[in-house]
Design a protein around this ligand. Structure first.
Ligand SMILES: [Zn+2]
Length: 133
């Protein structure tokens, strides 16, 4: 991938990183403000459920934030666009649609195939053991 496109992706990722940090800070402030206790247990339960949902979303965003940071580091170290598994270049088409990709299409497919194969084995093993129960 050429330097301009890589720089463009890096810029996009830095912007996304800032958006996620801003969003996380808003969540922290929101959770601190909504730390009230309610006399009605149903109201309290609703608030707690809302907080749990919010934290679950933040957890997903936290993982995204880590992936973005790692991708920015890969760009800065000249490793962006190189497959972690085989060392061959990752297609530009894949990087443009999924810039945090660490595997080429071939390696990704191999890994997904092995995962689905092991899932089928576990499912089959589960059925077998279920029959013995
Ligand atoms: Zn590969």
């Amino acid at each position: 991938m050429n330097k301009d496109k890589t720089a463009s992706i890096r810029h996009f990722l830095v912007q996304k990183l800032e958006d996620l940090r801003t969003s996380a800070n808003h969540t922290i402030l929101k959770l601190k403000k909504s730390d009230d206790k309610f006399a009605d247990p149903f109201d309290q339960a609703a608030v707690e459920a809302s907080k749990a949902t919010e934290l679950n979303c933040r957890d997903k965003e936290w993982h995204l934030l880590l992936d973005i940071k790692e991708t920015i580091l890969r760009i800065d170290r000249g490793l962006f666009g190189i497959c972690d598994h085989c060392g061959h270049p990752i297609s530009q088409k894949k990087l443009m649609t999924a810039p945090m990709s660490k595997l080429c299409v071939m390696c990704q497919e191999k890994i997904e195939y092995h995962h689905s194969k092991s899932k089928r084995k576990r499912r089959y093993a589960g059925r077998t053991s279920y029959n013995y129960a």
